[in-house]
Structure formats: C-alpha cells, structure tokens
Design a protein around this ligand. Structure first.
Ligand SMILES: Nc1ncnc2c1ncn2[C@@H]1O[C@H](COP(=O)(O)OP(=O)(O)O)[C@@H](O)[C@H]1O
Ligand SMILES: [Mg+2]
Length: 217
C-alpha cells in the first residue's frame, strides 16, 4: 500500500541545507499499522509529508497503492490525496468557525460523494459525537477534537492513513480511543503509519520502526 524507496529530502533555505531524510526505504502492507519513533528532528514529520503526497522528495520514489503521486500533475495529485490518503495531526487543524458536522463534511469538498451526510453521521456515531454535532471546536474537549479530526481523515475510507503524533495532546483514555480506531482501521484493510512517542501506540502497532538522523535504524 505504501512503498518508499531510497528517499532523500534536503531542505534548503537561508543558505543552509538540512538533510532531513537520508536514503530511507520502507514498505507497509494493507492491514498493517506501523509506528515510527525517534528523537525530535530526526525527520519523522518530513517522512510523513513525503508519504502523503504533500512534500516532493529530493531523491527516491514514493508509491501509494501503486501510484507515484509525484508523477501526477498538481491537480491530479490533490485529487489522489483526497481520495486515498487520510491525515491526522497532533494539532487537530479543525476549522474553528465550522461545527462538528461541517468539519467532517469539509472532507467532501475536494472529492464529493453521493451521500456525504450519511457517511458523516456514521462517523459521528462511531466516535460518540452525537451530542456534539452542532458545536464548534472551541466548545469541545481535546479528545472530542481529535475524534472529529479522525472522522474527517477517514471520511473517504482512505487506503493509507498517516498520523503525526495523533495522541500528543491527549490524556491516556482519549489516546486509547484514537489508537484503537487507527488499529481497527488497519485491521479492516488499510495501511496506517503513525509517528508517536506514546508507548500505548507502539503496543497497538504491528511493527515499530526507529528513526535516527533521517534513516530507519
Ligand atoms: N520547512 C523546513 N525547512 C527547513 N528545515 C526543515 C523544515 N522542516 C523541517 N526541517 C528540518 O528537518 C529536520 C527534520 O525535521 P522533522 O521532519 O520535522 O523532524 P521530526 O518530525 O522527527 O521532529 C530538522 O532538522 C528540521 O529542523
Ligand atoms: Mg515532527
């Protein structure tokens, strides 16, 4: 589902170059949840962006479900991302002036489905947000916010889910809800790659990879 081959990423700017990813390869199958751990600055977020068709590698290739998104035009790449890849972040990135239902339905905009409300309601039910439908993010607990973000990420039933420290702002109970959902989603057929410092997350993953200085060690 995800194949990363010999990827490098060098950031350049301010006359300074940083090699964030240094010849990294990995493969994740369908039905597999993989956790990545490693010190701050070792390139974890950069790797997720490169896997998510959001950041073109300097070298090497990324394939998602057999497609190299960086070979697509910018528009086709956006469409591919909207259909096949779900993102979850430590900071939930919800739209502050939209309510829960509208935030979930925002996933429908770039890639309209025939019955978006029905899918949104399914997720609202799955994540226990029934009483929060009409609340805006500021009125939600952090756990609820992350469940909304997860609902938005899973809206299109993506084949690949990328999560960058998804439990970094959560208490252990809410972290469990999010991690169980990600694990179940992998068990149902997707590939899940999550960056995490959370020992609970590593326990729920099928595999744990350790990164140092832009490489898997
Ligand atoms: N946009 C950027 N421009 C320049 N350097 C960056 C940028 N993003 C990240 N870096 C650098 O790349 C390295 C890897 O960063 P990152 O992928 O965020 O690591 P991690 O998520 O493991 O903490 C760090 O040295 C960081 O400072
Ligand atoms: Mg990071």
């Amino acid at each position: 589902m995800l194949k990363v081959q010999d990827v490098t990423k060098t950031y350049s700017g301010n006359g300074r170059e940083v090699q964030a990813i240094d010849g990294l390869s990995l493969a994740i199958e369908a039905r597999e949840a993989v956790a990545i751990q490693g010190p701050s600055g070792c390139g974890k977020s950069t790797l997720l962006l490169a896997c998510g068709a959001l950041l073109r590698p300097t070298g090497g290739t990324v394939h998602v479900a057999g497609v190299d998104p960086y070979q697509l035009s910018a528009n086709a790449r956006s469409a591919f991302r909207a259909e096949h890849i779900g993102f979850v972040f430590q900071q939930f990135h919800l739209v502050p002036y939209l309510d829960v239902l509208q935030n979930i339905l925002a996933a429908n905009l770039p890639n309209p489905q025939p019955q978006p409300e029905q899918r949104a309601e399914e997720l609202i039910h799955q994540f226990g947000l029934e009483d929060r439908r009409r609340h805006v993010p500021a009125e939600l607990s952090v756990g609820e916010r992350q469940r909304v973000a997860l609902s938005r990420a899973l809206f299109h039933r993506p084949q690949l889910v990328l999560a960058d420290e998804p439990t970094g702002n959560l208490d252990p109970d809410n972290a469990s809800i999010v991690l169980d959902a990600l694990r179940e989603y992998a068990d149902a057929g997707a590939a899940v790659l999550m960056v995490t410092h959370d020992p609970q997350a590593a326990q729920r993953a099928h595999r744990v990879l350790h990164m140092e200085r832009g490489r898997v060690v």
